[in-house]
Ligand binder design. Structure first.
Ligand code: EPU
Length: 430
C-alpha cells in the first residue's frame, strides 16, 4: 500500500494553485440528473471521491467524460439505486437520494452507516424530503424512497447539515409551489450548488444564508455555459497552514478569500502573516505562532474540516490552546497520532487542550480520515527528520496532486511503499 514519506523541517515558499472544491463537486455532479441533458462542468478536481461519484452516475445510466471540462449525459436515467459498494466507499453517495427522487420518483440508496469521524445519521435528509411528500422505508440496509408528486413546504432542520440541505434543495427545485428551508447550511458549497441549479433554470433565493426559499419549476435543463466549481477553501486552508507551520510563506492562487475568512481570522490571531488579493491569499510566519482558542461551527464559523490541520499548527505554538469540536463527536482521532510526533494533546470529551512544543520529530503515523491525514502531513512537514504516513488513500480522496503541489513549494515528499526499509546502510560503513 502507498505511504507518504516526508523529510520535514524545511520552510515552504511559493505558489500553490487551488483546485475545485470536492464538497461542491459531489452534489453538483449528482445534481446534474435533475436537469436531463448534456452537462459541462469546469474545475472538477481529479480525486477518488469525484471518480466515485462519476461511477455512481455511470451505474444509474449517465455516462461521463473527464477532462478540463467534465461532460455528463443525464438524458436517460436507467436505474435509481446507489448500491452499498459505492456508498461504503464514499458517504456522499447519499446525495443521490434527493436528485433520484426528483428525477425518477423513486430512490434506493444504501444506508451510509457511521465513519471514523462519527455516527453521522441522515434523519434530517429523510425528514426534509418527507416534508416535500416523499415516503421512506428502511429495509435490507437500504433507504427505499418514493414520491408521486413533490410539493413545496416549510421545513426547519433540527441541526445544520450540509449534505442534508443539499439533498432537500435538489428535490425542492422541481417541487410544485414554494419551499422554505429554515436553519439551512450556509456553506459556500451549498451556495455553489444553488448557483449551478439556478443556471439550470431553478428559482432559489437566500442560498449561502440559513433561510433558503425555492420557487419550484416544472423542469430544468443543463446550463448553456459550463458551470465552474468554486475553489476548495479547505484545500487552500491546508496549504496556508503549511506556510505558517514551516515558518515559510505559501500563496494560494485561484481562491475566494471571503470563503476563507474564518480560517484567516484564527491564523491572524495566532500571529501568522496574512495577505489577500482578489483571488489569492498568502500565509507565513517568521517564528512559532501563539496559542489560540478555537471552536468549530457551521459556516461562517471555523470549519470542522480545518480543525485537525489547525491542531497540528497549535502543537507547535507558544502556550496552551483549547480546541472545541462541536460538529462531529469523534473528530480527534489525529490527536494520538500527532502525539507520536511529540505533540502534547489532552482530550476530554469534545475539548482538546494542546500544549505547544518547540519541536516535533518525525515518526511513522497512521491516518484515520481525510483531514486527520492532512494534519499529519502538516506536522510531518514541520517535524525534524522523517515522517511516514500510512493509509495514503484518505488523502487521495480529497487533495488533488498533493505531492506535486507540496514539492513545488519546496517540500521533500515522495510516495513510498508500506514495509519497504527506509534506512540504507551508509556505503562508507558497509
Ligand atoms: N447530522 C444529523 N442528522 C442528519 C445529518 C447530520 O444528526 O440527518 C449531524 C451529523 O452527525 C453531524 C452534524 O449534523 O454531527 C453535521 O453533519 P453534516 O450533515 O453537515 O455533514 P455532512 O453533510 O455529512 C459535509 C462535508 C464534510 C464536512 C461536514 C461539516 C460533504 C460531502 N461532506 O458532511 O466534509 O465535515 O459537511 O461541514 O460535503 C470532509 O471533506 O473531510 C468532510 C468530512
Amino acid at each position: 500500500m502507498d505511504t507518504l514519506l516526508i523529510d520535514g523541517g524545511r520552510p515552504l515558499r511559493g505558489i500553490v494553485p487551488i483546485s475545485g472544491a470536492k464538497n461542491a463537486s459531489l452534489p453538483i455532479l449528482i445534481g446534474t440528473i435533475v436537469a436531463p441533458g448534456e452537462h459541462r462542468l469546469a474545475n472538477v478536481p481529479d480525486l477518488v471521491d469525484t471518480s466515485s461519484m462519476l461511477s455512481l452516475l455511470g451505474r444509474i445510466g449517465c455516462p461521463s467524460l473527464v477532462g478540463d471540462v467534465t461532460r455528463i449525459d443525464t438524458s436517460r436515467v436507467a436505474f435509481c439505486e446507489a448500491p452499498y459498494d459505492l456508498v461504503r466507499k464514499m458517504r456522499a453517495s447519499v446525495l443521490a437520494l434527493g436528485p433520484l427522487l426528483a428525477r425518477c420518483g423513486e430512490a434506493h440508496v444504501s444506508l451510509p452507516g457511521g465513519c471514523a469521524i462519527g455516527v453521522r445519521p441522515i434523519d434530517q435528509h429523510l425528514k426534509g424530503l418527507e416534508a416535500l411528500g416523499c415516503r421512506f422505508e428502511l429495509e435490507g440496509g437500504y433507504v427505499h424512497g418514493r414520491v408521486d408528486k413533490l410539493r413545496g413546504t416549510e421545513f426547519r432542520f433540527d441541526c445544520v447539515t450540509v449534505t442534508g440541505t443539499e439533498n432537500v434543495l435538489m428535490a425542492a427545485v422541481i417541487a410544485e409551489g414554494t419551499t422554505v428551508l429554515e436553519n439551512a447550511a450556509a456553506e459556500p458549497e451549498v451556495e455553489d450548488l444553488a448557483a449551478f441549479l439556478s443556471g439550470c433554470g431553478a428559482r432559489i433565493e437566500g442560498a449561502g444564508t440559513s433561510r433558503i426559499v425555492v420557487h419550484g419549476v416544472p423542469t430544468l435543463r443543463p446550463p448553456p455555459t459550463a458551470h465552474r466549481i468554486l475553489p476548495d477553501r479547505i484545500e487552500a486552508g491546508t496549504y496556508l497552514v503549511a506556510g505558517v507551520i514551516t515558518q515559510g510563506n505559501v500563496r494560494c492562487e485561484g481562491v475566494r478569500p471571503s470563503d476563507l475568512a474564518p480560517v484567516l481570522d484564527v491564523l491572524r490571531t495566532a500571529g501568522a502573516q496574512i495577505e489577500c488579493g482578489e483571488d489569492w491569499v498568502s500565509a507565513g510566519a517568521d517564528g512559532r505562532v501563539r496559542a489560540v482558542d478555537v471552536e468549530t461551527a457551521p459556516h461562517p464559523g471555523f470549519p470542522t474540516d480545518m480543525q485537525a490541520q489547525l491542531m497540528a499548527l497549535l502543537s507547535l505554538a507558544k502556550g496552551s490552546s483549547r480546541v472545541k469540536e462541536t460538529i462531529f463527536e469523534n473528530r480527534f482521532m489525529h490527536a494520538a497520532e500527532l502525539g507520536r510526533l511529540g505533540a502534547q494533546i489532552h482530550i476530554e470529551g469534545n475539548l482538546a487542550t494542546v500544549t505547544g512544543q518547540p519541536h516535533l520529530s518525525g515518526a511513522t503515523v497512521m491516518a484515520t480520515d481525510l483531514r486527520a491525514s492532512a494534519s499529519l502531513v502538516l506536522a510531518g512537514l514541520a517535524a525534524g527528520g522523517r515522517t511516514e504516513i500510512l493509509r495514503l488513500y484518505h488523502l487521495d480522496r480529497g487533495y488533488e496532486r498533493l505531492v506535486e503541489k507540496l514539492r513545488a513549494v519546496g517540500a521533500e515528499v515522495v510516495r513510498g511503499q508500506e514495509g519497504r526499509p527506509k534506512f540504507a546502510v551508509n556505503a562508507a560503513v558497509a
